[in-house]
Design a protein around this ligand. Structure first.
Ligand code: IMP
Ligand code: MG
Length: 182
């Protein structure tokens, strides 16, 4: 598995250091409120678990399962929710957690869905954001790292459902992206 990685972008200490900073910022911003965190699975699992343990506030945790990639490295634009019910976030201060903001399709769809439940506020927190232009007009309020337009895996992020369990964030070798079943 390690042999499929071209280079490491952020190792575990670098990720944890950044999470300390993000958690401190979020804890300060929501100090007198009660957060409802909605994590987008599966990619945000590691990020969610490491970030939330650094936030010493009372909060509710829920998740949404979303598919947008259909196994390829290119987004299809279509976002499919695996469950029909919208989390009950009426009147709540919602923080959406996702692994990466790329085209913006996923976060735009999730945001729209949650807005139908009339929360008090919605903010978006992502571990990674690609600097390229978005297809959808959606911004993140908290961003771990801005990265170039490269395909990143590890620490929750997958390519064809693999590599999520790597403890660091890395770039997959180009030839693998082109010939995944080699
Ligand atoms: P968007 O809908 O194009 O913004 O993409 C968001 C979703 O696509 C993320 O939640 C990831 O699951 C996936 N994704 C986008 N870029 C990458 C990447 O570089 N590596 C792994 N997954 C990615
Ligand atoms: Mg994915």
């Amino acid at each position: 598995m390690q042999g499929d990685i071209e280079r490491v972008l952020f190792d575990e200490p670098a990720i944890h250091k950044r999470l300390d900073e993000m958690a401190a910022q979020i804890a300060a911003d929501y100090a007198d409120r009660e957060l409802t965190v909605i994590a987008i699975l599966t990619g945000s699992l590691m990020f969610m678990s490491d970030l939330l343990r650094r936030i010493p506030l009372p909060l509710k945790l829920d998740s949404l399962s979303v598919v947008s990639y259909h196994g390829q490295a290119q987004t299809s634009g279509e976002v499919i929710f695996k469950q029909l019910a919208v989390p009950d976030v009426a009147g709540r201060d919602v923080l959406i957690l996702d692994d990466i903001l790329d085209s913006g399709h996923t976060l735009a769809a999730v945001r729209e869905k949650l807005e139908t439940a009339e929360p008090r506020s919605i903010r978006v927190c992502v571990l990674l954001s690609k600097k390229k232009r978005r297809v959808r007009d959606v911004n993140a309020d908290y961003i771990g790292f801005e990265i170039d337009d490269e395909f990143v895996v590890g620490y929750g992020l997958d390519f064809m459902e693999r590599y999520r369990n790597l403890p660091y964030l890395g770039v997959v070798k180009k030839e693998l992206l082109e010939q995944p079943n080699r």
